[in-house]
Design a protein around this ligand. Structure first.
Ligand code: COA
Ligand code: NAP
Length: 270
């Protein structure tokens, strides 16, 4: 049972949702949840081929789709893409800032440029998208959903760059919620836990650990992209019309146990 079974298929009819990094993984899962509920979709990422594949899946759900191949570190490119998307699809109502990069690296071994690359994609990219979307969102009000991570508030070994970037995103989210509330723009973050069959999950070496790592999760299962899609649908829906400035953690309770248990099991594979 997921959001698309529970909500009316016209919930987002006439609305446009723009998802950065929407060509794959969790972000594509979010886009598909909105498409199945009547939204038009804009997606961006660096690989046009990946975006084309995602667009086929979104159109199969009935959505009109706009794609833009760009790097979220390039503000003028994002600004132009959001304007084109608005012109082609008629409106911009929801922005999902999901583009991100991650790799495990010890703080003393990664280069300064490696740290910068992740902060620039995740944090600066989220600001760029929000700033470029602002004039469109303020026209009728709307919402911004930031895709954060548990590294924002729980320290993890080999994730200093990601922790810094995602903590920055959550604070940016709260600052924008304060500044843009008067324009009818709500801002919230979603913290996905370990979501199976995604690039982030693979990069942190979790797949090979199988059932063992689920012992570190109180709900005893990994998440799936629809778990996060449902949260995004809720936050963008009228059910959340008085919700802004929140961090919605959807991780099966994993953060409650800290990173130590996870780290000790993960270390068995290295
Ligand atoms: N360990 C340590 N450093 C790494 C690294 C790794 N696994 N991968 C890349 N780097 C370093 C590079 O060496 C480079 O530093 P240098 O110039 O000092 O050598 C720096 O990071 C930037 O690398 P580059 O390949 O130029 O960056 P990019 O902008 O093309 O790609 C990444 C960004 C590195 C984040 C890339 O992994 C990516 O595109 N990721 C997107 C997908 C993803 O991560 N999905 C999971 C989301 S949770
Ligand atoms: P993913 O499939 O790799 O998603 C990342 C997307 O961002 C890709 O489509 C990628 O496309 C795009 N992207 C990366 N760098 C970009 C750039 N510079 N400019 C534009 N687009 C860029 O990984 P995922 O695991 O689903 O992660 C999605 C989000 O969930 C991320 O924000 C991640 O931090 C978060 N998250 C994931 C997990 C998990 O378990 N997977 C847990 C917590 C949080 P291109 O490469 O084509 O640009």
């Amino acid at each position: 049972m997921n959001a698309t079974d529970l909500f009316p298929k016209s919930l987002f009819a006439g609305k446009t949702v723009f998802v950065t990094g929407g060509g794959s993984g969790i972000n594509l899962g979010i886009a598909k949840n909105f498409a199945a509920l009547g939204a038009k979709l804009g997606i961006c990422g660096r690989s046009q081929e990946r975006l084309d594949g995602a667009a086929v899946e979104l159109r199969a759900l009935g959505a009109t789709v706009f794609t833009a191949s760009l790097d979220v570190r390039d503000y003028p490119a994002l600004e132009a893409a959001l304007s084109r998307c608005k012109a082609e699809l008629g409106t911009l109502d929801v922005l999902v800032c999901g583009a991100a990069g991650n790799f495990p690296a010890a703080a003393e071994k990664m280069s300064a440029n490696a740290f910068k690359a992740v902060v620039d994609i995740d944090l600066l990219g989220s600001y760029n998208a929000s700033r470029a979307a602002f004039p469109h969102l303020r026209e009728q009000g709307g919402c911004i959903i930031f895709i954060s991570a548990g590294q924002a508030f729980t320290p993890y070994a080999n994730q200093a760059h990601v922790g810094a970037a995602k903590a920055g995103i959550d604070m940016l989210m709260k600052d924008l919620a304060v500044e843009w509330g008067k324009h009818g723009i709500r801002c919230n973050s979603i913290v996905p836990g370990p979501i199976e069959n995604t690039e982030g999950f693979r990069r942190l070496g979790r797949g090979a650990l199988g059932d063992k790592l689920t012992e570190t999760i109180p709900l005893r299962r990994f998440g799936n992209v629809d778990d996060i899609g449902g949260c995004a649908v809720f936050l963008a829906s009228p059910l959340a019309s008085y919700v802004t400035g929140t961090v919605l953690v959807a991780d099966g309770g994993q953060n409650l146990l800290g990173s130590g248990v996870w780290a000790s099991i993960a270390a068995q594979t290295t």
